[in-house]
Design a binder for this molecule. Structure first.
Ligand code: ATP
Ligand code: MG
Length: 342
């Protein structure tokens, strides 16, 4: 079954019994969150939380070092991520927000998990290949290569079974599923095999026509000003055909802009394209207006929370304590299953 069909099926299962699910998902603190995050994963996180699913949000700080030598201004970037979470509606009363470097027992899962995958399996991972191609490093580090295994530890330490992510994460979650399955075969049942939950925008493109990414200079961030948003969207790549259509396969850049307007307006992209009719300038005017209108309340909330950074830091401290308690519990189950209790 493909991931889109499975996501639709999952929606029904979640609505029927939200308590059966636990969400683990998160972001690298490599910069502020953008519209790709919002429509690819953040909205699903908030929706799950509001349906009554328990939500864990990981700030994957070690993973910043997969594609660069040093992590600049980490504390500041982490605060920015938490502000983005609060602004879109993640509720720290119900959700656990934590940084994985602060959870030693989580990281300890990496060792047994590494023994459950082969080097060719890691070499085949298309997302790792893509990230290597965009990396700032001249050669691949061991951390980059084993990134999906670390991610398996992130998901499985809290027995997350639902992972709302963008399309780029599918191969990673597949490795997590393999690791969970093999762990069960070798040592017995400790971990679930998690499912991916995709959104209607599994890969939103940036202003250059490639996947919108924090580290590729092509993103509209949630915290940007309305003017900056307008400037960036005016410079977005389109194509030579003046007539605006929604045709993601043949016209990815134009279609991504149409989709963005449609998502912001809660409308069907085909209808949005038809209404625009002709001209890249008209398309951009529509998108700029839709995005700025949609983001205005999110930006206002973000600015309000930014006035209380002590509260933001407290959220992470509380989240880290909770994540540590859960990780230690899971690690003790792993020790029992593996026979390493002395
Ligand atoms: P970086 O360039 O530093 O890797 P990123 O923009 O790719 O940053 P991540 O922190 O790697 O962001 O990804 C966090 C989550 O957001 C993942 O679930 C990923 O699938 C999702 N995501 C990121 N970019 C997009 C996008 N353009 N469209 C849909 N989902 C996205
Ligand atoms: Mg990424």
């Amino acid at each position: 079954m493909d991931a889109i069909t499975r996501s639709a099926e999952l929606e029904l299962e979640i609505q029927a019994d939200p308590a059966r699910f636990r969400v683990l998902t998160g972001d690298r603190p490599t910069g502020p969150l953008h519209l790709g995050h919002l429509f690819g994963t953040l909205r699903n996180r908030v929706r799950m939380q509001d349906l009554g699913v328990e939500l864990f949000v990981i700030v994957a700080d070690y993973q910043v070092l997969t594609d660069r030598d040093v992590a600049d201004r980490l504390a500041e970037t982490v605060e920015g991520l938490v502000l983005d979470y609060l602004a879109v509606g993640i509720d720290p009363e119900r959700a656990t927000v934590f940084t994985h470097s602060a959870v030693p027992a989580l990281n300890q899962l990496l060792l047994p998990f590494l023994s459950l995958v082969t080097v060719p399996e890691l070499q085949r991972n298309p997302t790792v290949k893509d990230e290597i191609a965009h990396s700032r490093q001249s050669s691949v580090s061991g951390l980059m290569f084993t990134y999906p295994v670390h991610q398996a530890a992130d998901i499985l330490f809290c027995k997350g079974n639902l992972v709302p992510v963008g399309l780029d994460q599918l191969p990673h979650v597949e490795i997590t599923r393999t690791i969970a399955r093999r762990f069960t075969e070798r040592y017995g049942p400790v971990f679930p095999e998690p499912d991916v939950l995709l959104s209607a925008a599994p890969v939103l493109l940036g202003t250059d026509g490639t996947k919108m990414s924090k580290s590729r200079n092509n993103a509209i961030t949630l915290g940007a000003t309305a003017d900056e948003t307008a400037r960036l969207l005016k410079g977005a790549r389109t194509d030579a055909d003046r007539h605006i259509t929604y045709d993601p396969v043949n016209r990815p850049e134009v279609s991504s802009l149409v989709l963005l307007a449609a998502l912001c307006q809660g409308r069907d992209p085909v209808a949005v394209a038809a209404e625009i009719g002709d001209g890249a300038a008209a398309l951009k005017r529509t998108v700029i207006e839709a995005v700025n209108e949609f983001l205005a309340p999110i930006r206002a909330r973000r600015a309000a929370y930014a006035a209380d950074l002590a509260y933001v830091r407290k959220i992470v401290q509380v989240g880290n304590e909770r994540a540590n308690a859960i990780a230690e519990q899971t690690l003790s189950e792993v020790r029992r299953a593996m026979g390493t209790v002395y």
